[in-house]
Design a protein. Structure first.
Length: 232
């Protein structure tokens, strides 16, 4: 068995533990990014991928984050809340020199008569402003970063006075490079179960629409399919 497969199998067990934990706590999660792509296209890992990506609604993640930390630290994992780069916020459960790892990305709601491109443009604008302001003020404390994130999202994206359809966006906590970082409620919910490496996990209701926004023609293998650095 090659080294990549050994690493994948360790991450399969980590994902199973995370899914079981979420189900016991009654909170939702779903496979996302390369892991969701793997579930749809391969029913498992993209052959050259090794880590695991999941997303959660921010209110759920915020509520159980202390329990995530205590549960997985007791199992020998390190739970990090903040990346080293200014303005980056995510939750990463990892060990063994960061090779075994699961990333949890926060997803947040908004309302308004906007399409996905319009919301995504607002998200990218808010991200740029967040990075600019945190860098200028040299903000590194997690609580301060959280406060600045909320300020930027409320200012640029989440106008509580707006009415309209419910949409979701990847929090500006982490600067995703994808053009489309927003999706409609009906594309995400209700979550459905899909196979990944022989087990069933929660996935978006319409994974095809979601993956198309992220990767375009996601069923076509990239030219450098043997390159482990390629995500899709």
């Amino acid at each position: 068995m090659g080294g990549l497969r050994v690493l994948q199998e360790k991450n399969i067990e980590l994902l199973a533990e995370f899914a079981s934990f979420c189900e016991q706590k009654g909170v939702g999660y779903w496979l996302d990014f390369g892991t969701l792509l793997g579930a749809v296209r391969h029913k498992g890992f993209v052959p050259w991928d090794d880590d695991v990506d999941v997303s959660m609604l921010w209110p759920d993640l915020e509520k159980i984050l202390p329990e995530i930390r205590s549960h997985f630290c007791a199992l020998g994992f390190d739970v990090r809340e903040c990346e080293t780069s200014i303005g980056h916020y995510q939750v990463r459960i990892n060990k063994e020199n960061n090779l075994v790892g699961l990333d949890v990305f926060p997803v947040k709601p908004c309302r308004g008569e906007m399409d996905k491109k319009a919301v995504s443009a607002k998200v990218h604008k808010a991200q740029n402003e967040l990075i600019k302001q945190t860098a200028a003020a040299n903000i590194k404390d997690i609580a301060d970063i959280r406060g600045k994130i909320k300020e930027m999202e409320n200012r640029f994206i989440c106008d509580s006075s707006e009415e309209g359809g419910l949409m979701y966006f990847y929090g500006i906590d982490f600067p995703h490079e994808h053009e489309i970082v927003a999706f409609k409620h009906e594309e995400l919910f209700p979550l459905q179960k899909m196979e990944f490496e022989g087990r069933l996990y929660s996935c978006p209701f319409n994974p095809e629409a979601h993956l198309k926004d992220l990767y375009g023609d996601y069923m076509t293998f990239p030219v450098q399919a043997s390159d482990e650095a390629v995500i899709s």
